[in-house]
Design a protein around this ligand. Sequence first.
Ligand SMILES: *Cc1c(COP(=O)(O)O)cnc(C)c1O
Length: 214
Amino acid sequence: MLITLQNTCKAYGAQLVAVSKTKPNAQISELYDQGQRVFGENRVQELVEKHETLPKDIQWHMIGHLQKNKVKYIAPFIHLIHSVDNLSLLQSIDKEAKKNDRVISVLLQMKIATEESKYGTNREALRNLVIESFHLENIKICGLMGMATFTDDYEQVRSEFKFLKASFDEVKKQSLQDDDDFAVVSMGMSGDYKIALEEGSTMIRVGSLLFGAR
Ligand SMILES: *Cc1c(COP(=O)(O)O)cnc(C)c1O
């Protein structure tokens, strides 16, 4: 499955994030040995433990909801944070990045699903976050992330992905036209990655298809 997914991503010019949350190091090492270097986790403590015990050339992505007071634990090494949806979190990441003398790449998470429980900003708040980010020197905004509604209605999923891509294009055009770093649309999981790629995803986050059900 890994090779198939990697080839699909290559065909679309997208990147594959292997979502290894809840899975043991042995299973991660198997994919690592087949060449996968990008892994995603959604809990800080698990992420830190895995970073400490697995090879250092793994690029770790934080894909889950992040609390401000936990940023300091991942700031020294995190490659990309997908889940930034408010200014105070963005400011905390900037502060901790500064302490570590680095620039941390982040994605702004948009709420595209109809479900109540999903995190993320709306379009209005997104614009403000982008503008505020211009004051923060140790942050790099690399794009947007979203999770579609968990449903069998593929037209709904498709329209949610279209909305995220359109929001990305709008921000790009209005505020970040000349910023080549702003290039990531992180959307698509095990159940909907094909639709996501068709709708312009540049980064899919796949867990259960690679590692088995959780
Ligand atoms: C768990 C998770 C995924 C992967 O989900 P699968 O359905 O197992 O592929 C992707 N993105 C986020 C934010 C997740 O929490």
